[in-house]
Design a protein. Structure first.
Length: 301
């Protein structure tokens, strides 16, 4: 039996795991769940996965979610081909702003899987930020202010009247309105309690968080701007340099991430799948709310 070796990338965020073969995902799931709960994001190199095997690994971790707005592959609708061609220059890259995936959904995703296929020789790295650390490093006074607050999340960066259905960052990313849930405003706690670890994490991001509940955008902006700057401080982050065959799995409930767009003129292709999540648990939730969230988390993981 191959020995499993877990190597942390930073003291509190991210770890590289050696000795797991995701072509047989059921045997790897207990280690994956424990490592994600501890580190928030994990990386497994040298995984030789087909698209079907990637989907099987995703389903072993939790219920596969077909995400709104972005059309999946024709052959595999639950898989997004994250592709930027060499001739696509001076455009945005998919995921190029700090965010938590699809936080505007009533039940945002729990986990995301991203598998590297073709990469530039240098560039195209991804950053993650630890939102437990972001919350824990706020002053007690600001924590008390934020704990009961809710924020409005919407599917378009500029609200429900955002870019049209043909908006895209590259030819491969086909943006569609395939889920009306993406168009409505959704209220989520500014601080959410993780259903597995019980820790508090900030849950705002500059892409989908529009304003605080019962406040205008102008009134919300100063504090949201501060939180967006604070939650991505360098000491909360890690940076990953991809290699072909690497699989990343991260927890959207306690991390933000950003794809770095510094590889114009070189083809980059990764495949992405998503695991369904639960409705975020607010601070001070009743026992019933917390129990329901924990049960949903067990089903999703």
């Amino acid at each position: 039996m191959t020995q499993v070796d877990i190597r942390p990338l930073t003291p509190d965020l991210a770890a590289e795991i050696h000795g797991l073969d995701l072509r047989r995902p059921e045997a790897a799931v207990p280690t994956i769940r424990e490592a994600i709960a501890r580190y928030g994001v994990i990386f497994l190199r040298d995984q030789e996965l087909t698209i079907d095997q990637l989907l099987a690994a995703t389903a072993a971790v939790g219920p596969v979610l077909r995400v709104p707005f972005v059309k999946g592959m024709d052959s595999h609708p639950d898989v997004i081909a994250v592709l930027k061609e060499a001739d696509e220059k001076r455009i945005s890259t998919f995921g190029g702003t700090w965010h938590s995936d699809f936080s505007f959904l009533p039940q945002p995703p729990s986990l995301t899987l991203l598998y590297a296929s073709e990469l530039p020789p240098v560039g195209g790295d991804t950053l993650w930020a630890n939102q437990y650390a972001a919350y824990e490093n706020l002053s007690p006074g600001l924590q008390r202010l934020l704990d009961p607050l809710q924020a409005v999340h919407t599917g378009w960066p500029h609200g429900t009247n955002g870019p049209g259905a043909d908006a895209a960052v590259s030819r491969s990313i086909r943006m569609v309105r395939n889920d009306p849930a993406a168009d409505r405003e959704e209220l989520h706690p500014v601080v959410r309690v993780h259903p597995v670890t019980g820790r508090k994490a900030l849950f705002v991001n500059p892409v989908y968080t529009q304003r605080f509940a019962d406040m205008t955008a102008a009134e919300s902006k100063p504090l949201l701007d501060y939180l967006h700057q604070h939650c991505t401080r360098p000491e909360f982050t890690c940076r990953w340099r991809w290699q072909p065959g690497t699989l990343a799995i991260w927890d959207n409930r306690c991390t933000l991430h950003l794809a770095i767009n510094d590889y114009d003129g070189v083809r980059r292709l990764l495949y992405r799948t998503t695991v369904a999540g639960e409705r975020p648990i607010p601070v001070g939730a009743t026992r019933g709310q917390a129990t329901h969230g924990q049960e949903s988390a067990r089903q999703a993981s």
